[in-house]
Design a protein. Structure first.
Length: 107
């Protein structure tokens, strides 16, 4: 059984092993467009596939960078809340100590 690849799922991913593009029916066989060498096209296609394979990796890296920044912001917010809570507690303790001192002086 001979399976022909499609555009989305080519038979092979190696550009040199892919079948050449068939000429279109609307274009006459002896038209003015010359046949071009595919070496440049293969090289650019190879670069494009390499770049496209790296896109998910770059997206994942950017996503993790955003998650790390978000986690750091969350940690800073938690530390700030804890610091404010401790500051309020210290102020209450200080006020209690002042009152106790004032009461001791008054008696």
């Amino acid at each position: 059984m001979n399976i022909i690849g499609t555009i989305d799922r080519p038979l092979t991913h190696e550009p040199k092993k892919q079948a050449p593009m068939p000429s279109s029916a609307s274009e006459p066989s002896g038209s003015a467009t010359p046949d071009v060498s595919t070496t440049g096209a293969n090289a650019s296609r190879q670069n494009r596939t390499r770049e496209m394979q790296l896109i998910p990796e770059a997206l994942a890296r950017a996503h993790m960078h955003d998650r790390m920044r978000e986690a750091e912001r969350e940690r800073r917010a938690v530390r700030l809340v804890a610091a404010r809570r401790m500051q309020r507690r210290a102020e209450r303790v200080s006020l209690r100590a002042r009152r106790a001192l004032a009461m001791a002086v008054m008696n």
